[in-house]
Design a protein around this ligand. Sequence first.
Ligand code: EPZ
Length: 420
Amino acid sequence: MDRLVVEGGVKLKGEVRISGAKNAVLPILAATLLTDEPCVISGVPELCDVMTMLRILKSLGKIAEFHNGVVTVTSGRHANFVADYKLVSTMRASFCVLGPLLAKFKKAKVSLPGGCVIGVRPVDLHLKGLKALGADISIESGYVMAKAARLRGNNMYLGGVYGSSVLGTDNVMMAATLAHGRTIIENAACEPEVADLADFLNKMGARITGQGTPIIEIQGVKHLRGAEHTIIPDRIEAATFMVAAMITGGDITIKNVCPQHLGAIIDKIEESGAVLARTDGTLRIRPKRRLKPVNVTTLPYPGFPTDMQAQMMSLMAVTPGISVITEKIYPDRFMHVAELNRMGARIQREGPHAIVEGVKLLSGAPVMASDLRASASLLLAGLVAKGKTTISRIYHLDRGYEDIEQKMSALGARVWREKE
Ligand code: EPZ
């Protein structure tokens, strides 16, 4: 198993190009199940999660090839509607093959996703939406069994205790594309990745409007064709590099980025003392002389994303003063707190809140990654810590960041990978 070694103390400078969005490409690959015709997806990041989704498509009878950022999906001879536990349990996002399989094959057997360290992650909203479209759903031996002679359009409210569901909206929206009649999803997730999926589906011949807003309307069609699509840039990767510039006192120009997808993040980072210059497709960021503590509350898009909570905590850990970080999407998503405290941070957790008292200097230490964004927060902390930080279990990082140590090294960071 690999680990990452980071030697702190370098101000990061230069340009970095953002990869395609992990959370857009995964459901878009699942959507290729809705047609027998070839699909070509470009701007695909080379990530473990992408490779897992390709393996799932192959297990469902597709021929899926990745080459230089382009995925080509064509139909094999034997279609299959069973998504196996062995694959689904390694990646929650694979649960979004349920909607497409049910719509295309009128039946589906998909393993329930397993547990997750960031919190309890039920799929009740996914199932509620599919039932509203007329699907007959049961849970047997850890699998969702779904069938429907013909899905029927319907109006539904898809809001839960923590608000909208990203993959829940994706799953139901994909199923509704081939349903008979019109579907309206209220309290739909507004994330740019959901809108990117809808744009791809419309290229396949779907009739979707309202994507990116809380009300999505889908007029069902009989058939979907193949299509070509380029994935939007990864706003969470871009925001992670914005924090890298702030935390090291550097100056980074971020390329292939959509500033309009980063509203809440830009707002908080500017409040903490960033100087930003944006043009179409680029964002230059550097800190003013002194950083300021800010309070952050995570919310569904366009609110501050939970996937940036840990990284923002690393920044606040070295910012003089007190800041309060409140996690409203996954109230237990604080595995990184203990590891940051091992590096000398002063963070106290109280339920869904973390009270962060900024310290002058962190010290390098051996730490352990527990999930994707926690590992990014430890990498950021290592960039400013005195001495060396070794981050183990970095397979978490590889799930969502393409070539992270090459990109960081190109900005001057002293970071390398080694065998444990
Ligand atoms: C997506 O997960 C992202 N994953 C997550 O990113 C992200 O943290 C999350 O959205 C929230 O923004 C992908 O897109 C692949 P949700 P998803 O359904 O769709 C509750 C990363 O780091 N809920 O929007 O699974 C749920 O427990 C990953 O890239 C229900 O109660 O998240 C949570 O509290 C981690 N019932 C909240 O809603 C449901 O049926 C939001 O979850 C579904 C969700």
